[in-house]
Write a protein that binds this ligand. Structure first.
Ligand code: ATP
Length: 210
């Protein structure tokens, strides 16, 4: 006869197994200085074509490749990302790199995300400008075992990589944060290049004027 304790234990295990659902999770890491429509379009296209359950928009803390004088406060960048994605239920803001601080190595971040949700499949989305640098990423061999890389084409960059990347076809969008910052400095319109919430945030906080 199965004792009551054993039966309860079995039921609990079954319950846990059904409540932990394996998800397909995309990650769009970046400086988002500021976030623009290019980010939203690539995230949406990849989510749709790879049937992802969600996409995490993950602003980095100290971007190693960006001149520190140009990168505005992480808090502002995170708020603008939140403003960009708030009306898409599949998009979420992921703050682990900002919370951890220091240089943001994707390997460290992915270990953290994996520890939180070992059941998920992770797809790290990168633009065609970054793919060529993948072999140089910190602990790339180990990182490759825990995420799949998804590449999207970027205007001005050829697709040239021996690295295993899943290529997703997205319309070429010739918008970058650099272009947005330049337009603001020159007092030109950024309307339709960023979401209305981001445009308003930039205006209110007088960002990128010098
Ligand atoms: P900056 O001009 O300051 O370098 P960015 O526009 O490249 O910024 P990031 O936040 O650095 O924006 O980009 C995050 C990720 O999104 C990177 O992998 C980048 O390659 C990709 N990405 C950004 N904009 C586009 C775009 N228009 N088309 C394709 N990929 C893009």
């Amino acid at each position: 006869m199965v004792n009551v304790f054993e039966r309860t234990k079995t039921q609990t295990v079954k319950l846990l197994a059904t409540s932990i659902k394996k998800k397909r999770v995309g990650i769009l890491g970046g400086t988002f200085n500021p976030p623009h429509l290019g980010h939203l379009i690539i995230a949406d296209q990849v989510a749709d074509q790879l049937d992802l359950d969600e996409v995490l928009f993950m602003p980095d803390a100290t971007p190693p490749h960006v001149d520190k004088k140009l990168a505005i406060d992480a808090k502002d960048r995170a708020k603008m990302v939140a403003a960009s994605i708030h009306n898409n239920p599949r998009f979420h803001l992921e703050l682990s790199e900002i919370m951890r601080g220091g240089v943001s190595y994707t390997y460290d971040t992915m270990l953290e995300l994996r520890r939180r949700h070992p059941e998920n499949d992770y797809f790290f989305i990168i633009g065609g400008d970054m793919v060529a640098y993948l072999p140089k990423w910190h602990r790339i061999a180990e990182l490759q075992k825990i995420v799949k890389f998804v590449g999207v084409r970027r205007e001005g960059y050829e697709i040239k990589s021996d690295f295993p990347v899943i290529w997703v076809d997205v319309p070429l969008i010739d918008v970058s944060s650099t272009l947005i910052r330049k337009k603001i400095r020159n007092h030109h319109s950024i309307h339709y290049l960023v979401t209305p919430g981001v445009e308003q945030y930039i205006k209110e906080h007088q960002l990128y004027l010098d």
